[in-house]
Design a protein around this ligand. Structure first.
Ligand code: ZN
Ligand code: FE
Length: 262
């Protein structure tokens, strides 16, 4: 378990299954202890024991099993409240609190905003807690989620919503996919010096069995191939090289297509 201090809360990171992360958000000023996307219950239960606190809430970003499989047993053990997208309520096991951008969850001691970020699934949401973004399978370290239920345009719009947040925002995504994503990134952004530095740093971290997550939004903007279309120089070069229109949404769609076949 790795822990990160924020103003008013701590984020604990649990590595589970093959490459999933579960996060525990622990308020400093209330009893709130929230599990984000509990892929399984055992690891969360153990962490609660270590923290000597009961789980009060679950935040689900989307309905996939590797984000919700712990929901029902944790609810049974702790009587915690399960929070999910109102738009997707019928697919979130055990949902108690239906939220949206206009109706974020009210959690004592924490400032929580909801972002609607469809693309990976139609009901996908992200939770912004202070300066910590829990974005599930929307934005990854140097990558983005596959388009299972959405269009490239939808995902591009969702990523733009995230990109509009403060650059220092910490990106707590749900999978450790970074090294594989970086291999793809360098294949389309070979001259990017910041990317080369990130590759060296993240390989070092993995060799030391440390997570590459959280990253920061600034780092993703500089190196993530799915956010690079925000940079007009990148777009000009990409368009010239690959013969597509120098238009960010079109370039994003082209990069997403390439990644699917990489
Ligand atoms: Zn998913
Ligand atoms: Fe997932």
């Amino acid at each position: 378990m790795w822990s990160y201090q924020h103003a008013g809360f701590t984020v604990h990171q649990l590595s589970v299954l093959r490459d999933n992360y579960i996060y525990l958000i622990e308020s400093h000023t209330s009893n709130a202890l929230i599990a984000v996307d509990p892929a399984e219950a055992v690891a969360v239960r153990k962490a609660c024991k270590v923290l000597a606190k009961p789980l009060t809430h679950i935040f689900n970003t989307h309905h996939h099993w590797d984000h919700t499989d712990g929901n029902l047993s944790l609810k049974q053990i702790f009587g915690c409240r399960i929070v999910g997208a109102s738009h997707d309520a019928e697919r979130i096991p055990g949902i108690d609190v239906r939220v949206s951008e206009a109706a974020p969850p009210a959690i004592a001691g924490l400032n929580v905003a909801v972002l609607s970020v469809p693309g990976h699934t139609s009901g996908h949401i992200a939770y912004l807690v202070g300066d910590a973004l829990f974005c599930g399978d929307t934005l990854f370290g140097a990558g983005c989620g596959r388009l299972f239920e959405g269009s490239a345009d939808q995902m591009w719009h969702s990523l733009n919503k995230i990109a509009a947040l403060d650059g220092s925002t910490k990106i707590y995504c749900a999978h450790e996919y970074t090294l594989a994503n970086l291999t793809f990134a360098v294949s389309i952004d070979a001259d990017n010096r910041v990317l080369a530095e990130r590759i060296a740093a993240d390989h070092r971290r993995r060799r030391q069995q440390l997570p590459t997550i959280p990253s920061t939004l600034d780092s993703e903007k500089a190196t993530n191939p799915f956010l690079r279309p925000l940079d007009s120089e990148f777009c000009r070069n990409y368009a010239a090289l690959h013969g597509v229109a120098a238009e960010p949404a079109a370039i994003f769609a082209d990069i997403r297509r390439r990644k699917d076949h990489f």
